[in-house]
Design a protein around this ligand. Structure first.
Ligand code: NPW
Ligand code: ADP
Ligand code: K
Length: 508
């Protein structure tokens, strides 16, 4: 499990070291560890590209705070390894000790002004590696003045290799909001712990690969702001049938999905649930859709019954529902009101009551989340949701009292109790019609199997209240991995994602 923290949490954890309570100069030791980790990461990245260190060039863009200090100390270490090093001091001022070490190691420093931004951008753009150490966790807002002009020009020249020091400058460490201009990094080397803003869009867009360098504050960190499940967490959390299992003990999922207009959504949701290994799927819906479901998935038991008469462990409602089909919408409302865990997708989102419960998982994409928030009195259009995904999903979970999964390149899940998960295993090829229906199916399949198993989650450090969010995150991870597997670098179909999900489950 990757744990991520807000910038404020990390700074709080660093405080005892900076106060010299642990001995004089303890703060400087943290910075040395950060700089050493950053320099080593740059060396590995260059070597990974088959580049020799000796004679390669590095440009470090250094702000006046400790982030700039990290960059300058790292550049000093790189100069010591034979790299040609230039520092652009973006704020006139610089970290004294860092600059002294840099100069002593043979580095050349130049001060950015309004007049030389274009010239310095051209110089930095020609370096083998650019280190962005302008702003870190102490930033207020985005880059301004000559630093903004420098980054704008540098972004256009697409440098070979950009390494962000702690966080790309202009990205908010707490929220992932990005204040343009931001120089997109290939690699972000972050200190002490991952910052939440690196694991949420749009911050994640600019972060590239994220590498965490331990600096000795780890034991002082509080409860994480955001978590990401990794393969071993999924392996521990996924169900395996017991020797005497039967289809009912393995979990039955009820599906209320599809309409004459969108019958395929019901099929894809069922395929997702079956791929997730559920004991049985019971489909409720119009006869023409049920016929298609039977033909495509003969395993599914179809009926036109009522929710109250259908014995299941969990419900999936909404994928492909038509807002004119009052009978299906009523079934969706009944399911969400049943007290059973329920994943509510697409057409169910506008049909459910405003206030729900934590075991109800809503799965909007950014446009649907914008509409959902609008109904709750919060005006945030789609692009505003995309610009502040973490805060948007937090607000939605708080207002609806439901668990909310926001789909996208990074999938964010928020519980109404302020537990957050972020998964980003997917590929953009996943953005294909019907992909979300398969995700809904996987969530439903997992809810039916492990929703009641509080102990399984507790063993992995997940509170009972947070397990609905964890289940949604598990499904997003499986769905993303399945997309990558089905794609192999090319187009995928939603059915292909469902097929690959079964293989991913087996491997995990
Ligand atoms: N603490 C530790 O032990 C360790 C910390 N570490 C490192 O320190 C980093 C945090 O350092 P930090 O606190 O000095 O802040 P930092 O991000 O460098 O920038 C703040 C400076 O910039 C200024 N400024 C602010 N906003 C601005 C803007 N929009 N545009 C322009 N300027 C702006 C602001 O000055 P102000 O304008 O407020 O006077 C201030 O001087 C952290 O990310 C990590 O890399 C590691 O070494 C490990 C040990
Ligand atoms: N750029 C992207 N990169 C990775 N995954 C994506 C991207 N865009 C969308 N996805 C994923 O694809 C799925 C699309 O779901 P959705 O928008 O509901 O599609 P549909 O309604 O057509 O089924 C979601 O799981 C989402 O997270
Ligand atoms: K930075």
């Amino acid at each position: 499990m990757i744990s991520a923290y807000t910038g404020t949490q990390v700074r709080e954890a660093e405080k005892p070291f900076l106060d010299d309570a642990l001995g004089p100069g303890a703060g400087a030791v943290l910075m040395q560890r950060a700089a050493y980790g950053l320099a080593n990461a740059v060396i590995s990245a260059l070597r990974g590209r088959g580049q020799r260190l000796y004679g390669s060039s590095v440009a470090v863009l250094a702000g006046k705070g400790n982030n700039g200090g990290d960059g300058l100390f790292a550049a000093a270490l790189l100069a010591g390894r034979g790299m040609r090093t230039t520092a652009v001091l973006t704020a006139g001022d610089a970290h004294d000790a860092g600059l002294a070490a840099f100069r002593k190691a043979g580095g050349y420093a130049v001060t950015l002004t309004g007049d030389n931004a274009a010239e310095l951008a051209a110089m930095a753009g020609g370096a083998d590696v650019v280190i962005d150490a302008i702003l870190g966790t102490g930033a207020q807002g985005g880059l301004r003045g000559p630093a903004a002009a420098l980054i704008e020009a540098l972004s256009r020249s697409r440098p070979d290799l950009v390494v962000a020091c702690d966080i790309p400058s202009g990205v908010d460490a707490d929220s992932g909001e990005a204040h343009a201009p931001v120089l997109a990094a290939d690699l972000t080397v972050t200190f002490g712990a991952a910052k939440a803003g690196l694991l949420a869009d749009p911050g994640a867009d600019s972060a590239g690969r994220v590498r965490v360098i331990p600096i000795g504050i780890e034991l002082a960190l509080p409860w994480p702001a955001l978590r990401r499940l990794e393969a071993r967490d999924l392996s521990a959390l996924l169900p395996r049938p017991e020797r005497r299992a039967h289809k009912y003990s393995r979990g039955v999922l009820g599906v209320v999905a599809g309409s004459s207009a969108y019958p395929g959504a019901a099929v894809l949701a069922c395929k997702g649930a079956l791929a997730a290994g559920v004991g049985m799927v019971r489909y409720l819906g119009p006869p023409d859709v049920a016929d298609l479901v039977r033909q495509s998935c003969p395993e599914v038991v179809c009926s036109a019954g009522a929710v109250a008469d259908t014995h299941v462990q969990a419900w999936l409602v909404g994928s492909g529902l038509d807002d004119s089909d009052e009978q299906q919408l009523q079934r969706a409302r009944d399911a969400a009101d049943s007290g059973l865990p329920t994943i509510a997708d697409a057409g169910a989102l506008p049909a459910l009551p405003e206030v729900l419960a934590p075991q109800v998982i809503l799965t909007p994409h950014a446009g649907e989340l914008s509409a959902l928030l609008e109904r709750l009195g919060v005006s945030l259009d789609r692009s505003a949701v995309e610009a502040s995904t973490l805060s948007a999903v937090r607000r939605a979970a708080g207002l609806t009292e439901a668990t909310v999964l926001l789909k996208g390149a990074t999938t964010l899940v928020a519980s109404p109790f302020q537990d957050f998960f972020s998964q980003a295993e997917a590929t953009p090829w996943l953005a294909t019609a019907g992909s979300g229906d398969v995700l809904a199916g996987i969530i439903g399949g997992l809810l039916a199997q492990v929703g009641a198993d509080v102990g399984r989650f507790g063993d992995q450090g997940i509170d009972p209240d947070a397990r609905w969010a964890a289940i949604a995150a598990m499904a997003a991870s499986i769905h993303g991995r399945a997309g990558v597997r089905a794609s192999g670098g090319g187009p995928v179909t939603a059915s292909g994602i469902a097929d690959a999900a079964r293989e991913v489950m087996r491997e995990l």
